[in-house]
Design a protein around this ligand. Sequence first.
Ligand code: AHM
Ligand code: MG
Length: 338
Amino acid sequence: MQASYTITTLNEFIIQRQADFPYAKGELSRLLHHVGVAAKIVNKKINKAGLVDILGRAGDINVQGEDVQKLDLFANQHFIDALRGSSECCAIASEEDQEITLFEDGLSRDGKYVFCMDPLDGSSNIDVNVSVGTIFSIYRRLSDRGAPADLSDFMQPGLAQVAAGYIIYGSSTMLVYSTGKGVNGFTLDPSIGEFCLSHPNMQTPPQGAIYSINEGNYAHFPQGVKQYMKYCQVVDAATNRPYSSRYIGSLVSDVHRNLIKGGIFMYPPTQKAPSGKLRLLYECNPIAFIAEQAGGLASDGSSRILERQPQSLHERVPFYVGSHDMVQTLLQHLADYP
Ligand code: AHM
Ligand code: MG
């Protein structure tokens, strides 16, 4: 007897979910569809990254006489091109670009949304075959449609996100996103070239047993973080301690693992990075949106990440995200050891 199974592709799911927004005209759906397309193109390129000695290093000229691009620039360009073509998005802010990119041509200029992204986060990990990711965030523009978008369209708190998500290029490639009504994960089936719903309605355990932090920076951490790390290491069977320490150094991968298994990710301020390392607009806000939608918490140590009013495009913030009870315990330590 043949096994029967049904699959829900990303596109099918996006269309089904349009009904959640009765007044929607399909613009966000089309935008999300284009994100999925760009993700597949970038995924294909990343899979070939190990062939760099054969295909050429960044900066070389390849056999076709073309410049070999760094993968993060390749990802940046492909996401921009895919969204320019979508005509739903009027401007993009990217980690790779100092200024925002405005889409000035016809339909795109009138697009309803602006898009923030880190096109290839953790790209230094590619050389050693470790998972990397794309992080994205979508806002409704504040400026008038028809006029060019401007910086103020991006200076919105994370709570105003219409959708956010990430793509993890790992042992399999997954796209995880939320439009504010739960979190859903899709795994790319390479045989049919489709993202298929594999992790419906993702919820993160309220309490986990993993802490993720770059311990090499320990000497520079705030006292509360040091104390919390000690707490994580204490032997206490009743609370499942000591927790495991897991740190890949690739935000999407660390967060994705913790989201599924339960855990906390921390990037505190350090001497080298007094405001933390991670960027509010296209790293912390989208990840915080996903975390909260999955039942977790995200804080900068004193306030909820999603409530922060951005001050600049590439602003950095301390970042603590993960299982609800673990983040709360960390915040308690920060309060107790100022
Ligand atoms: P990037 O945007 O330059 O790739 O840097 C962000 C990455 C995150 O993926 C990761 O969580 C963090 O930097 C790791 O930083 P560190 O090496 O300081 O621990
Ligand atoms: Mg990054």
